[in-house]
Design a protein around this ligand. Structure first.
Ligand code: PBE
Length: 270
């Protein structure tokens, strides 16, 4: 019934992902900032997999749905969805994904440090790896294939860097699709340089704690300035920020394009 209010049609629910994701705290802030919390809107915690499967079903039935959406991610290629405008700028404009390393890595491991510092690619390139994994390929295999297909770019990261022989390097990451892609690629590049790299998936907060306590050497999962901004502030001074590996990421609320009258978060109130 299209005359029914959107909110009641979808139970005043934004379908979200894992509680530790920065997009979840931003979405909660948005519900408040746009006066939606007062109208009983709520943010549902789940996981990326559960959210995209709920989205898939809604789109098949052409039902309305509001999700936490971000780019780069295959949800934007697989489904006809659009970001909602955010005039109050709760989610921030463009985000970059930064490489964060432990203090002392530069002197202990100059070769790995140099490569991590140079690691830089485009959203379309990250998407290629994500798509392979989404199609069922093992992430390490996807990373190897991508590296093989992009020798020039990988060569820029490793140019002139001495190989090592079995030196250990620990990376942490959060198992979001984007970070599964980036972490597997850079870990494999470092393996090809002779490093023995372990990658360990964990919640977001422990990825930062691991770097701060030097239990881990590096992570490439930091969406900034907003999405991981809280952790960045909390752990300030206890890590080294090597800057972006990727620019032009974006975070917000999203809906299917067939929801023609809903173009801004403000429209959710109507
Ligand atoms: N994400 C993907 C993460 C960062 C990577 C947008 C879901 C988040 O913290 O929200």
């Amino acid at each position: 019934n299209s005359k029914e209010k959107l909110g009641s049609q979808i139970n005043y629910t934004v379908t979200g992902i894992d509680a530790g994701a920065g997009i979840m705290s931003s979405a909660q802030k948005a519900l408040k900032a746009y006066g939606l919390e007062d109208k009983n809107w709520q943010l549902q915690t789940s996981s990326t997999a559960a959210m995209t499967s709920t989205l898939d079903k809604a789109i098949k039935d052409k039902r309305p749905i509001v999700i936490t959406g971000w780019q780069p991610h295959w949800m934007f290629t697989k489904y006809p969805i659009k970001f909602l405008k955010d005039p109050k700028n709760v989610f921030g404009k463009a985000e970059s994904i930064h490489t964060i390393v432990r203090k002392g890595l530069k002197s202990d491991d100059p070769e790995a440090y140099t490569i991590l510092d140079r690691f830089h690619w485009k959203p379309a390139q990250m998407s290629e790896v994500m798509l392979k994994v989404n199609n069922g390929m093992d992430p390490n295999k996807a990373a190897k294939e991508w590296i093989k297909d992009n020798p020039d770019l990988v060569g820029e990261w490793t140019k002139g860097v001495k190989k090592v022989h079995g030196k250990s390097l620990k990376m942490t990451y959060v198992a979001w699709d984007s970070e599964i892609a980036s972490t597997n690629v850079i870990a494999q590049v470092l393996r090809d340089q002779g490093y023995k790299v372990t990658i360990q998936a964990m919640e977001q907060q422990p990825t930062w704690a691991a770097i701060a306590t030097k239990a881990a050497d590096a992570q490439v999962s930091a969406w900034l300035p907003k999405t991981a901004g809280l952790y960045y502030k909390d752990y300030k001074g206890r890590f080294e920020d090597l800057g972006p590996s990727l620019e032009g990421a974006k975070v917000g609320l999203a809906v299917p394009k067939y929801m023609k009258n809903i173009n801004s978060i403000e429209d959710l109130k109507n």
